[in-house]
Design a protein around this ligand. Structure first.
Ligand code: NAD
Length: 251
């Protein structure tokens, strides 16, 4: 299936690496005007250079800055955002710690980047989408939206479950305005230092068991996640809202 996003404005959070970079690339190839933000300035510059994405260095844990980025995208594109992809997230450099050792600041940061940012960006993009009478929001959840997380990071699992709740609730609220809200739930993909560390910590037996637990017998790629995201954002999915789509090889 090939998608046509000619003339559409797409905003992708966490655009610098991994899924966000892959999602930007796929939307740009489908003809969209793509805007991306992140805190990884150097990687973001590469996305701007390689794909013609308009990028901005924004720390999304600052909700005021997040809303400001949406206003900038609307101003630069000359109208409402057609597609918002809430992709920024991850474990903020953290690994499993027993619950009794989890610091408030660690918990808050993971909740802020995974959940607070998605709420703040969606809230800021909603008036434009409502006025246009159309729009699509795709939230990047996780297998941890549906079950315990491989990372063991409590806040990550809680935030990704909450992303699914936000998806369902916003689908109810915004459906009457022509705005669809869906969630993609990727399985484990090595995309960054944290997932590389996570992988390195597994024994050869655990690695093999992880692959064997996937019916399609391979890990996913950023392109797999991007294709599902484009589908849910596209007119091909015009009667789909409030749903979660697992992209995990059937695990
Ligand atoms: N890689 C995986 O195995 C996996 C699996 C399931 C879900 N996910 C989710 O998919 C999304 C993308 O994951 P990924 O593995 O490609 O990369 P990632 O988890 O490292 O994070 C995505 C992007 O968000 C950016 N980001 C982090 N904090 C930010 C902040 N405060 N402000 C702005 N940007 C910030 C990062 O710099 C990164 O480019 C995340 O939401 C992640 O939780 C990843």
């Amino acid at each position: 299936m090939s998608f046509d996003f000619q003339g559409r404005t797409v905003a992708v959070s966490g655009a610098a690496i991994g899924f966000g970079r892959g999602i930007c690339e796929a939307f740009a190839a489908a003809g969209a005007r793509v805007y991306g933000c992140d805190i990884r300035a150097a990687d973001l510059q590469a996305v701007a250079r390689d794909m013609g994405v308009t990028t901005q260095d924004i720390d999304l844990t600052d909700r005021h800055a997040a809303a400001g980025w949406i206003r900038d995208v609307e101003r630069l594109s000359g109208g409402a955002i057609d597609v918002l992809v809430n992709n920024a997230g991850g474990v903020a450099g953290q690994a499993f710690q027993p619950l009794e050792e989890v610091e408030d600041a660690d918990w808050d940061r993971v909740m802020a980047v995974n959940l607070g940012a998605a709420m703040a960006l969606s809230r800021a993009a909603t008036p434009g989408m409502k006025a246009a009478g159309r729009g699509a929001i795709v939230n990047i959840g996780s297998g941890a939206s549906l079950q315990a997380s491989l990372t063991g990071v409590q806040a990550y699992c809680a935030a990704k479950h909450a992303i699914l709740g936000l998806t369902r609730q916003l689908a109810q609220e915004l459906g009457p305005h022509g705005v669809r809200v869906n969630c993609v739930a990727p399985g484990f993909v090595q995309t960054n230092e944290a997932t590389a560390r996570q992988w390195a910590a597994y024994s050869p037996e655990r690695r093999e068991a992880m692959v064997q637990a996937i019916p399609l017998r391979r890990f996913g790629t950023p392109q797999d996640i991007a294709r599902a995201t484009l589908f849910l954002a596209s007119d091909e999915a015009s009667f789909i809202t409030g749903q979660i789509l697992s992209v995990n090889g059937g695990r």
